[in-house]
Write a protein that binds this ligand. Sequence first.
Ligand code: GTP
Ligand code: MG
Length: 556
Amino acid sequence: CYQNSMLRIFHRKHLLLNLNKNLTTQLSQQPLAENQKVVSFDDNVKQRRDEANRSILVQVQSAHSFHELQSYCSSVGTVKKMMHYSTGVEPMHFIIVEFAKASDLQNIYTMSSYIEDTQVVPVQSSYLWFRAATKKLSKNKNKSIHKLNVENGNHILRDNELLQVLNSCADVNEQMVNLHNSTRLNEVGTRLRFLVAKQIEMAISGMFPNSAALPFGSSVNGFGKMGCDLDLVLRLNDESKVITDETRLVYHCKALSGSERSISQRHMEVIGDILQLFLPGCSQVRKILQARVPIIKYYQQLTDVECDLSMSNTSGYHMSDFLYIMGAMDHRVRPLIFTIRRWAATVGLTNSSPGRWITNFSLTLLVIGFLQNLPKPVLPSLNALVKLAGKNDKYITDDGINCTFLRDINVYLATNPIENTDSLKILLLQFFVYYSQFDFSSKAICLNESMAIAKPEHSALYIVNPLERGLNVSKNVSPEELEKFRLEVRNAAWLLESDETKDSNWGIIPLLTAKRILSMNNGNLPRTKLLEVSKLFEDDKDGPVYKNNDVKKQVQ
Ligand code: GTP
Ligand code: MG
């Protein structure tokens, strides 16, 4: 117990030290240097899957087991990297061990064993635990190879820690960059998610050696925060393994019978049972098979990751590619979207459970639509990327959805440099103003064309699905929730614009603590504040009136 609390204190100390250190070093999200290339989404996913194929997750007694484990693993293969993290109130400690070669992992599996217990399912996976040594081991001489790096943990910043970070920034731009850097999914979080995906592939690899459990959504699209859920799509046969002219021997396979949907539901039932009955760490398995896209929800408790597994959502992966591209186009996009997503969660516009409110996904599309629509756009339309698509960019999903668009954004940026140089603060304010004045009653947001188009039907909020143009991704949003959105963007613009003092509540801080301010007034701003907000948006013949003339210039 004493050792555990000392460890916790040690971890906290390091965390705060790192946070402070990060204040000066975290401006990593910076414009691309000349000749610096953006890694494509596909290459990024490939590299992460490869990393997971060479990694194991080992539960250890404490962070101090690091060197002993390193020494043990090094006797089996070449250890490339090790990262520690802990999870739970009474923390369980884990170390991710990455080997240099996938064959090193085979040696690990050969050497590992099961506990002698008839009450467990003896399943082989890359999730192991490190038993205390029975013999006294000679001290490891190699201690300097890997330093224990607590920075690599999976700590989710508490509100007060984040406020501390934001308070010590020099200006709003730095606040937004630091918000992004200190809350985004980190290296450990990303690796854990790919290990979760690999657990499923490995479990069914006997029957389906070419299966792929592909992460999509915020875990990989560049907009994921620490603790975000993992969206997975499981394919039983990766596309590249289909018959070619040279193939002479072909596998005998069972014929499918029934509708595509019923087959998929049946398969998912079985996968759900495998997760529940056989796979270590997989708990709280819920099969939601009647939904438009049937999914299995479960909690992977060894990695502390909530998962949504589907087998038919093939366009989700390409949608994530599109969002990844949008985030990678310009260094301001991710900090802006992180700030807006956090603000929306604070004021209760978004909610982790599904319902009549705006989802994070819809909100992200709203921000992208706004950035495409500026007089000097920050982002291009999807159509511009479609026009530049090469032959390697052609993708049509099994259900016929055309997901063809340019994947290598270096090609686009080489000939279309982004001319907009507005600061993050200006962009944030412009976003709030843009949507406070948007004509939601007759217009739809359309990312394909970079413009608002006439609304095809009467949903309260209409955002054209960029990959399936006949669909509205925000069909679920009720008129009341849209009204709340309109009110909140006005309040936010008012809060941001009226920020003149630099006490402890300045810059974006009031936006991220607004819940507390609003809750004191039963969810409403004081009447006087509302009047001032509406004054801020009073139209005159030259356009909207702003208190701050600099902002007015920029917005126009
Ligand atoms: P968080 O999980 O909230 O962090 O964000 P997310 O982007 O992962 O959202 P979510 O888990 O709800 O959805 C995962 C992915 O599924 C999204 O990134 C989209 O690619 C896709 N998706 C979500 N909602 C819709 C929708 O209404 N229509 C379509 N076509 N795709 C969606
Ligand atoms: Mg998600």
